[in-house]
Every structure is written in structure tokens, then in C-alpha cells.
Design a protein around this ligand. Structure first.
Ligand code: SF4
Length: 191
């Protein structure tokens, strides 16, 4: 059965309270051609940019579709030898990493014992983090072990990175942490 664009819209409208696809499923219409058409319309004339899923160290290849500089779709790159166009559920939701009205865009701080979150200026937040790291490091710094061995380290600070951090950040982060004497440094992407 061939489904025209008009059919697609009709079935969509008939799915009261459901999705367009739900309406088609209920009608018994084979979805393959409709999905292909909807997909084609969504990314029609879009610019395609190869990229990488940022969520884990597997590094699945993606294709990012943009229209007028705005991301309209992200999917697996079928040319990739290791993910072959597929993405896990987390990777399949990368679009929402960029386009998501629920994504926090401000620094929120909740003071110890407080019930409410307070919006902080980013500079104030960074200064606060830096001050706490410096204080903790200075208060726990171990220059020498009891046997006299020079270690210049702190066991009180732990640096944890994620795969969304890029190479440049991790390079600087490593230098900063090692300069402070932090020895517990870990990253999900195993830098
Ligand atoms: S799609 Fe999933 S498995 Fe692939 S890199 Fe992203 S999070 Fe990792």
C-alpha cells in the first residue's frame, strides 16, 4: 500500500492523543515508506557534518544535520566501522544535549542547610570552587612520608573527567591537578 503525504497527515490527525506514528500503527499501514519520507523531509536540504558522540569512550560516529546553523537531527554514521550507523539510547538522545528547554543554563548554588537554589554568576562560582580547592589542598598537603620520602601530594582532592571533555581541556586539567599534587585523577575516557 502506497502512502501519500496526505494519507500521512490524515492518519496522524486521527491518532487522537497519540503520535503520528501511533495513528499509522493502528491503521495497519506498513511504516517503512512513511518513516523514510518523514526522515527525508526532516533533513531535506540540511547540511551534514560528521561528528562523534561525546558520551563515552566508545566514540560512536554521528552525522549532525543542520539547517541555517540550527541542529535539526543527529544520527549514527553508517560509514563508521565500529557503530555502523547505530547509537545506544544515550547516544540517540544527543540531540537533546543541544536542543533542550529543560537544560540548566545558569549556575545554581544551594548553601549547606538551605532548601532553595540560588542563581550564581559564573565568575562567583568559579572563584568559590578555586578557593575551596586551594584551601583543601593546602590543609591536606603532604610533602614527605614518615620515612622521609618526598611525595608532594594531597589525598583529599579527586579529579574526575568525562568523555564530553575535549582533549585541550583534559591536557590543561592534567597539568593543573598534577601541579597541585593531586594523585587521584580519573577519566571515563581513560586519557
Ligand atoms: S552512542 Fe552510546 S556507546 Fe556510542 S559513544 Fe555514545 S554513549 Fe557511547
Amino acid at each position: 500500500m502506497e502512502v501519500t503525504r496526505r494519507d500521512f497527515l490524515r492518519y496522524s490527525a486521527s491518532a487522537a492523543g497519540g503520535t503520528a506514528l501511533a495513528g499509522l500503527v493502528g491503521s495497519g499501514v506498513p511504516l517503512g515508506p512513511v518513516v523514510a519520507q518523514a526522515q527525508e523531509l526532516r533533513i531535506k536540504d540540511a547540511k551534514v557534518t560528521p561528528s562523534i558522540c561525546p558520551y563515552c569512550s566508545v566514540g560512536c560516529a554521528t552525522l549532525v544535520h543542520t539547517v541555517n546553523g540550527q541542529i535539526v537531527n543527529i544520527e549514527g554514521d553508517p560509514r563508521s566501522p565500529h557503530n555502523e550507523g547505530t547509537l545506544c539510547p544515550k547516544g540517540a538522545a544527543i540531540f537533546q544535549l543541544h536542543v533542550n528547554p529543560n537544560r540548566p543554563t545558569q549556575v545554581l548554588h544551594r548553601a549547606p542547610g538551605a532548601a532553595e537554589w540560588e542563581v550564581w554568576n559564573i565568575d562567583r562560582a568559579m572563584d568559590r570552587v578555586a578557593a575551596l580547592v586551594k584551601t583543601t589542598r593546602d590543609e591536606t598537603f603532604i610533602e614527605r612520608l614518615p620515612n622521609g620520602k618526598l611525595v608532594n601530594m594531597t589525598p583529599a582532592v579527586f579529579a574526575l573527567g568525562g568523555a564530553t571533555l575535549e582533549i585541550e581541556f583534559n591536557h590543561v586539567q592534567q597539568k593543573l591537578m598534577r601541579g597541585l599534587g593531586v594523585v587521584a585523577i580519573e577519566n571515563q575516557a581513560r586519557i
